[in-house]
Ligand binder design. Sequence first.
Ligand code: PAF
Length: 282
Amino acid sequence: MSSSVSKMRIITTIAEAQAQPQAKRRVLVPTMGALHKAHGEMVRVARKHAGHDGEVALSIFVNPLQFEPGSDYERYPRLEKTDEEFCRNAGVDLLFRPGVAEMYANDRSVFVEESSFSNRLEGKSRPRHFRGVCTVVAKLFNILSPDAALFGEKDFQQLVIVRRMVRDLNFKTDIIAVPTMREEDGLACSSRNQYLNIEERKQAPVLHRALLAAANAGNKSAREIVDLVSKVIDEAPLARIDYVEVADSETLQPVETVRPNSLLALAVSFGKTRLIDNIRLG
Ligand code: PAF
């Protein structure tokens, strides 16, 4: 055990969080728990950005505001003890683990809403999602005052929207993007992967194969790329496509011609599990 293993502070209230001595530099990894190797990588990157006299804070909060009614909020994995152990071993200094009542007053009436990118891609199927994300991320930034915070590129749209929120609301937190981590067979690491049954898990890497096929397709129109990706995914009998889109990676607007800054994003369900992934094209 490293010395940081025994030193981890665990706090559950906003008052405790705001009373913490502020480290020279605090870097936050915001999560919803069910931690896996991509979170381990984020803690490693956070440590690097925090420097030897800074600290890594990790928050675990399954945020009800970002789940659509009838989606997987109730069954989202909550693994308190395992996650705590994970954080100790990863070298987290401060674990913030509030409950819902601590984060949201029953009569809450103020939300943070981004209104340009939030209704595209994921937002079409999850109209309340990014309002929930922005609200909770803004609250975490106010509660923990991080100098920097890490967001994974798997949730590319979330990253773009959080960056816009930070810019427009003048948060002093730097946003650091962390490249998508993958399992050996290419499936993007996600807490939701554990919902997949054996057959679904076997078929899910088709998403990465489809993204790679698109990235290697050469000079094609967005329409041709979408058709190619859909055809590869359709080879997996359990896959149901929600969307496959080529968009500008800054504005998230759909594009017709693939350019160096184009993003190919997709959402596909296997049974009750909805997975997202993306790749840069060009
Ligand atoms: O990406 C996630 O895990 C969540 O959307 C986040 C950023 C922790 C907000 O709840």
